[in-house]
Design a protein around this ligand. Structure first.
Ligand SMILES: O=C[C@H](O)COP(=O)(O)O
Length: 243
């Protein structure tokens, strides 16, 4: 179990939201276009502009205060060449962390293996889906391919939240298995502020949010007030696991 509360991953849809997420205390600013799916991707031009902004932050604040930057590669079919091309497109813009959806498929393992050369140059995060019966056997494949981390999210945002699909014990097993393979971990999937206390004990490195941060649902606009509430709840000492 982590001794510190999980970090906050905030998914953002444009550069303005990127600034709001930084100001609101996100530990990872995650470039995602929610209107295009669970892991909807930004355009190449927009990603390039985001990297420029992130680089500018690096000149304005100490390194420890600058959030990490990730981006999703889109809801791709589980075809190794297509996955690799999608990941390369994002990585080429200079985004340092690329998130890749591992949808339920007998080809998921091949897709992960095809990404090993890129994983040697860029931090890759595999995203499994709680509403698709995730195969934890894939975690070892991710570790061997050199991925930096693994997350669980939900693919169908109408299917219920992460906590409706997987119980805390199963999520703890996911975190333990990922740690055993040297992977950082994240949990997401229509999480609400009230899910936070129950998930802190699971011990994941990050909790990811989009819908709970927005006015008008996940395809709406990021609301600084909601972001502040989620950030404060994550850091509330009363939610820390007791020794
Ligand atoms: O990576 C985190 C996600 O963007 C979570 O989105 P959601 O809270 O709308 O399911």
């Amino acid at each position: 179990m982590s001794e510190t509360p999980p970090g906050l991953l905030a998914s953002v849809a444009d550069l303005h939201e990127m600034e709001l997420a930084r100001a609101g205390g996100a530990d990872i600013v995650d470039l995602k276009q929610p209107a295009f799916g669970a892991l909807g991707a930004w355009s190449t031009e927009a990603l390039t502009a985001a990297v420029m902004l992130w680089n500018a932050w690096g000149t304005q604040m100490p390194a420890h205060a600058r959030p990490a930057l990730s981006a999703t590669a889109g809801d791709q079919p589980m075809v190794p060449a297509l996955m690799r091309a999608a990941a390369e497109r994002v990585a080429t813009t200079g985004v340092p962390i690329v998130k890749l959806g591992l949808f339920a498929s007998e080809h998921a393992g091949e897709c992960v293996e095809a990404l090993a050369p890129l994983a040697a140059r860029t931090r890759l995060i595999g995203v499994m889906f709680a509403d698709e019966g995730p195969d934890f056997g894939l975690i070892g494949t991710l570790g061997r391919a050199g991925f930096a981390g693994v997350m669980i999210d939900t693919a169908d945002k109408k299917s219920g939240s992460l906590t409706e699909h997987l119980d805390p014990l199963t999520l703890s097993q996911f975190v333990s298995e990922a740690r055993r393979h040297g992977l950082i971990t994240g949990l997401a999937g229509s999480l609400r502020i009230d899910d936070i206390p129950g998930l802190i004990g699971v011990g994941a490195d990050y909790l990811g949010f989009r819908g709970a941060l927005c006015a008008g649902g996940r395809s709406g606009t990021l609301d600084p007030l909601r972001l502040g509430q989620v950030s404060a709840r994550l850091r509330a000492p009363s939610d820390l696991p007791r020794p």
